[in-house]
Write a protein that binds this ligand. Structure first.
Ligand SMILES: Nc1nc2c(c(=O)[nH]1)N[C@H]1C(S)=C(S)[C@@H](COP(=O)(O)OP(=O)(O)OC[C@H]3O[C@@H](n4cnc5c(N)ncnc54)[C@H](O)[C@@H]3O)O[C@H]1N2
Ligand code: MOO
Length: 382
């Protein structure tokens, strides 16, 4: 994949240096490459990107040089320009007269200073040797990694493909824009899924609205359905009401239901199935906070696994009262603080308010009355 498109992926193979860094011995300072004892007579100039000084530097010679420019063969040291004195050589002077001067060079220009062997020369491969493995497979392709890879000569990176997610939003009452009329609701799940999916290492490749009823759902899930994807996400229709056809349609299609509801509030009707062609399907409940909880506990870990992203584990003390459920695990929106995780309230299944105030969900087991809880991170903003 071209570098410019690889951000956010994971490396599928170790990253190697295609070139040494630096590629040749170069100057680390603007100054003078010298060899032998001073004073040195200036015999040339090398700028970064300019033509090389082809001859070998002989004792008593200096070449004016720019930072990053290749040093001539035979260079023993580089003197920064602020550490030298430069003088025109007057014919007949036994010793050149030295004076502080603006660096310049010509046939009869001499420089003087104290040369320390090897100083201010960056040797070929000193930072990174050619062929070195600098990062292992699985490393996250961050902005910094892109810079490193470019510096090592890469135009493309071998990355694990991001799992492609197709979203199906069901519900005749669900509208996509404007103020919802009585009996209608704005789609609050479709808008959070692309960011959440991307954060978990995948990409939403299509979002389709479906009317209620088994047929549209059946057609959208059938093997002949367009929009290739690795994972399908169905929003709504996950419960057992008259308009909730997901389980029935999955049965008709011969899907293998792997998770058929979980003992978690909110989000208990969530579902995971494998369609006959191998695609995975996640069913998210229609209540938006329930959908978010299910997306974080079922969809995000699955995408991380497919994308090769390591799982995250975090625990914290709870810094505020929560009501444990007698039978089910509760997911409670909390904000991390120095005192622990503070419940933020506003956590009804139909509302994303609490989750928007929070930065994590606390996992509160049934009947819990302890101290430490597991935290599930919420996707951060940019
Ligand atoms: N008899 C039972 N009824 C319900 C149960 C149950 O166990 N037995 N579980 C409840 C729970 S918990 C949830 S969560 C919901 C799950 O509902 P569905 O997944 O079947 O979804 P819908 O019935 O279509 O919608 C539920 C609710 O959410 C609103 N909705 C739907 N889609 C969206 C969307 N994209 N954006 C915003 N809001 C959406 C919809 O209008 C309904 O208000 O079932 C309970 N019922
Ligand atoms: O999944 Mo439901 O929202 O538990 O209320």
């Amino acid at each position: 994949m071209p570098l410019s498109e690889a951000l956010g992926s994971r490396l599928a193979a170790p990253l190697r240096a295609l070139v040494a860094v630096p590629g040749v011995d170069v100057s680390a300072m603007d100054g003078y490459a010298v060899t032998g004892e001073g004073p040195w007579r200036m015999v040339g100039r090398v700028l970064a990107g300019g033509s090389l000084y082809e001859a070998e530097l002989r004792p008593g010679e200096a070449v004016e040089i720019a930072t990053g420019a290749p040093v001539p063969a035979g260079t023993e040291a580089v003197l920064p320009w602020e550490r030298v004195t430069v003088a025109p050589h007057s014919r007949g002077d036994a010793v050149p007269r030295m004076q502080a001067a603006t660096p310049a060079w010509g046939e009869d220009v001499w420089i003087e200073g104290v040369a320390e062997a090897g100083r201010h020369i960056r040797r070929r491969g000193e930072d990174i040797a050619e062929g070195a493995v600098v990062l292992g497979a699985g490393a996250a392709v961050t902005p910094v990694l892109l810079g490193l890879a470019a510096g090592l000569g890469h135009d493309e990176l071998l990355v694990r493909p991001k799992p492609r997610v197709a979203v199906l939003v069901t519900g005749d009452e669900v509208v996509q824009e404007g103020l919802p009329a009585p009996g209608r609701v704005r789609d609050a799940i479709g808008p959070f899924l692309p960011g959440l999916v991307e954060w978990a290492g995948g990409q939403v490749t299509s979002t389709l609205r479906l009317p209620d009823g088994p047929l549209p759902l059946h057609d959208a899930l059938a093997p002949s359905a367009p929009a290739p994807s690795d994972v399908l996400v169905v929003c709504g229709a996950s419960s057992k009401g008259p308009a909730d056809h997901l389980r029935k349609v999955l049965g008709d299609l011969g899907a293998d239901v792997l998770v058929d509801g979980v003992a978690v509030r909110p989000g208990h009707p969530q579902l995971l199935a494998r369609l006959p062609a191998g695609r995975l399907l996640v069913g998210l409940p229609g209540n938006p906070f329930a959908a978010l909880a299910a997306a974080l506990t079922l969809l995000a870990p699955m995408l991380r696994e497919l994308a090769g992203t390591p799982a995250r584990h975090e625990t914290s003390a709870l810094a505020g009262p929560v009501r444990a459920h007698p039978r089910d695990t509760r997911l409670v929106p909390v904000r991390r603080s120095s005192r622990g995780a503070v419940p933020v309230g506003h956590d009804r299944p139909g509302s994303l308010w609490g989750a928007a105030l929070a930065d994590a969900l606390a996992v509160v087991p049934p009947g819990w009355s302890g101290d430490q809880v597991e935290l599930i991170e919420l996707p951060a903003g940019v």
